[in-house]
Design a protein around this ligand. Structure first.
Ligand SMILES: *[C@@H]1O[C@H](CO)[C@@H](O)[C@H](O)[C@H]1NC(C)=O
Ligand SMILES: *[C@@H]1O[C@H](CO)[C@@H](O)[C@H](O)[C@H]1NC(C)=O
Ligand SMILES: *[C@@H]1O[C@H](CO)[C@@H](O)[C@H](O)[C@H]1NC(C)=O
Length: 419
């Protein structure tokens, strides 16, 4: 081969390689450095026809996360005990009750990321103490209040994406302080205390003032997805890993130190540790894909932690367990493949097509297991404006918040350009 030919080939090789690298850099830039797309007015996207609603004959009321195949039980137990130590220390030291103050928490990287919705949210709930937790405040909280478990701050700081940090932080804030959490793109359709579904917590006095009542409930959650009959295709169209799930963009913790949130925190940390141990990535920001985020910090881990904690703390005669077992009769998901034994536990069945709020009091748990009490709200209260799960529109009479589904994420630009 002549020298000249080698030179030509070499330069061809380098230009091809060069343009490949440029292309990768460009894509990376587009994904991670583009500002958020322009917001749509009132979720006009919701007027487009939804994907075809394909369903199967059989429902699935239970999914098992791959992260629960082989959990590090010892590590989880240690973390859980360490969190309980913090709870005891705080409550005995201050001799306070575990009733939360009326506090609203929102999370944003910095003050300038706050939009109109967040300002209206604060304005509509003037009798609540409002805190915007910026990155800086978050690190202060983790290193001061949670100094007993330095690993929390370490893991928090190690996350390559904001969404992962914001997920973990919301559970920690509501566990430690209690109060109301909402994403900054949540619009208050009503004030918190005027929300009909939250009436057990805020009774109206004869003089017209709302007064806090204190049922023994540590956490109130809403429903985001309720399609247990969804076909695999239908789920792919919506990018779901499972056909049911609870909301974690809005949560209310009327009492501090909810065991349900404690278990969520334990799992987030354990799943992160497991995932990092199994994956190393050349581009850290690409290390967590959408599905992983759901299972490590997002709605999947949150929903599982709650269903599993109910299962381990409610007596086997509890109506939720009865309902779950009955719904499984023709499905068999609760029958162990190895032993043929029926697992008596809580599945999604008691929450399917919920019409009214349902609450389990803390005292319904078996004596040695606490779950702190839970209320689950029907989908239209916090999950309205979605084109599935029979969610009502933004103006549904149950609606207390409207979530505009952010569009600040990668998907936002895709939808903005391609509809
Ligand atoms: C958008 O929603 C707000 C509050 O719900 C309402 O006041 C406004 O009229 C709506 N705008 C449009 C264009 O529908
Ligand atoms: C809060 O305190 C009450 C009364 O002492 C107790 O019944 C309840 O289980 C506690 N809740 C939590 C979440 O610790
Ligand atoms: C419940 O706890 C008490 C005291 O902590 C203990 O004596 C008892 O054996 C426990 N019962 C069960 C069923 O674990």
């Amino acid at each position: 081969m002549s020298l000249r030919r080698i030179k030509v080939q070499a330069s061809r090789y380098f230009t091809r390689r060069g343009s490949c690298i440029l292309f990768v850099i460009l894509i990376w830039f587009l994904f991670y450095h583009l500002p958020a797309p322009p917001s749509t007015q009132n979720n006009t996207r919701a007027d487009r026809p939804p994907p075809e609603h394909r369903v199967e004959d059989t429902a699935r009321f239970i999914y098992r996360s791959p992260f629960r195949n082989d959990p590090n039980v010892q590590y989880e137990q240690q973390l859980s005990n360490a969190l309980e130590e913090i709870e005891k220390a705080v409550l005995t030291q201050s001799e306070e009750s575990n009733i939360s103050k009326d506090r609203i928490w929102q999370i944003a990287k910095s003050q300038k990321d706050r939009g109109e919705d967040s300002i209206v949210f604060k304005g509509k709930n003037k009798d609540w103490i409002y805190t915007l937790v910026t990155d800086k405040k978050a690190v202060e909280f983790l290193t001061n209040e949670l100094s007993a478990i330095p690993e929390i701050a370490t893991i928090y700081k190690s996350y390559p994406q904001n969404i992962l940090r914001a997920d973990l932080l919301r559970y920690l804030l509501l566990w430690y302080y209690g109060g109301f959490y909402a994403d900054i793109d949540v619009f208050p359709a009503r004030s918190i205390k005027a929300c009909p579904a939250l009436e057990p917590f805020f009774a109206l006095t004869p003089d017209g003032y709302t007064k806090s009542t204190h049922p023994d409930i540590s956490l109130v959650v809403g429903i985001e997805v309720d399609e247990p009959y969804a076909s695999p295709k239908f789920m792919r169209d919506w990018h779901w890993t499972r056909s049911y799930g609870l909301i974690q963009y809005t949560m209310y913790a009327p009492r501090r130190f909810s065991p349900l949130l404690r278990e969520t925190i334990v799992r987030v940390l354990a799943h992160t540790r497991q995932y990092n141990g199994e994956h190393t990535s050349f581009f850290p920001s690409l290390a967590y894909d959408e599905k992983t985020i759901l299972g490590v910090t997002g709605p999947d881990v949150f929903t599982d932690a709650i269903l599993d904690t109910l299962s381990s703390s409610l007596p086997s005669t509890h109506p939720f367990i009865q309902k779950s077992v009955d719904a499984d009769a023709d499905i068999g998901d609760l029958i162990s493949a190895e032993t043929g034994e029926l697992e008596k536990r809580v599945t999604w069945a008691p929450f399917h097509r919920l019409r009214d709020p349902v609450c389990i009091q803390a005292g319904e748990a078996v004596p040695n297991e606490s779950m702190g009490g839970l209320c689950v709200l029907p989908i239209s209260v916090w999950g309205n404006g979605q084109r599935h799960s029979e969610a009502g529109g933004f103006n549904h009479p149950d609606a207390c918040v409207n979530h505009r589904f952010g569009r600040t994420w990668k998907k936002g630009w895709w939808e903005y350009i391609f509809g």
